[in-house]
Design a protein around this ligand. Structure first.
Ligand SMILES: [Zn+2]
Length: 290
């Protein structure tokens, strides 16, 4: 599932590819893609609009539209945004096509069909988790702090971990209303780098551990961006290419291999329903879980 570095890579590429182009036609090929908005209405709102910029917010690709709205795309498990500047065969799992007035197009392909699109007020994306999200409210209005922004300081992280002190640290890092953009892979890599066990209660982290975790999160995310994202499975960038970050993982997907730091055998466990990897020697289990 694409996380911050993958979505950032796509957004940066698309910025150069689609900014300034005008939407001529929107064709929806999967009826749940735009729900709850009917696809016909969605198309009417999009057609004739010029794209003024492309950015990322959390794990959403955001295409800003002239006039203030934004088209947001949630790639979820297998979504891909593919830019087409010449005639190529459509992706076999194409779910939508945005045709531009100059003959180029943006395809949305999605094997598993969990991806979604919405047209939203661009300003609504800017809050940072101030208000608690109620059931059924759209996630994009409740995204938390961007971990590569200046707001995300070690002090902010310390307060956040203290507020949610009883929660296990790893699932907390995945909560998009707290820190936006971190997913399973980068949480695993950051916890290994910071030498913190995934099941530690957030409130038990010492201040030197919080500092390490703050540094580690930013370090792994930046590295992910530098390597064009990770493609352990389906991720492709806007030109259809794989990322290279999967070759750089220290512990993710490496159960049974030696820890690059101490040589102990990397273990796979399940935390909060997600496959998790850690080094039992560098990342000491909390007392109750030992
Ligand atoms: Zn180790």
């Amino acid at each position: 599932m694409p996380e911050l570095p993958e979505v950032e890579t796509i957004a940066r590429q698309l910025r150069g590819l689609v900014t300034g182009r005008t939407v001529a036609h929107f064709r929806c090929e999967w009826h749940r893609l735009t729900e709850p908005e009917p696809a016909a209405l969605f198309a009417r709102r999009l057609e004739g609009r010029r794209i003024s910029g492309v950015r990322r917010r959390g794990k959403f690709v955001v295409l800003d539209l002239e006039g203030g709205d934004a088209l947001i795309v949630s790639l979820r498990m297998t979504g891909q945004l593919l830019f087409r500047d010449r005639d190529v065969e459509a992706h076999p799992h194409r779910r939508a096509r945005i045709a531009f007035a100059d003959g180029t197009a943006l395809e949305f392909a999605d094997t598993r069909k969990f991806g979604r699109m919405a047209i939203v007020d661009g300003a609504a994306l800017e809050g940072a988790g101030e208000r608690r999200r109620r059931t059924g409210e759209p996630l994009h209005r409740h995204l938390g702090v961007e971990p590569l922004s200046r707001r995300f300081t070690a002090r902010w992280l310390r307060e956040f971990l203290r507020r949610r002190g009883r929660a296990a640290v790893k699932p907390l890092l995945l909560d998009q209303t707290g820190i936006a953009g971190v997913g399973n892979i980068y949480a695993i890599e950051a916890l290994w780098r910071a030498r913190i066990h995934p099941l530690r209660a957030a409130g038990t982290l010492r201040s030197d551990e919080v500092e390490r975790l703050h540094e580690a999160l930013r370090w792994v995310l930046r590295k992910g961006i530098r390597f064009g994202g990770a493609s352990p499975r389906d991720y492709r960038d806007a030109r259809g290419q794989e990322g290279r970050m999967q070759q750089e993982f220290e512990v993710y997907g490496r159960a049974g291999e030696p820890c690059p730091r101490c040589g102990a055998e990397i273990r796979r466990t399940v935390v909060g329903g997600r496959g998790t990897f850690h080094c039992p020697r560098c990342q000491r289990a909390p007392r109750a879980g030992r």
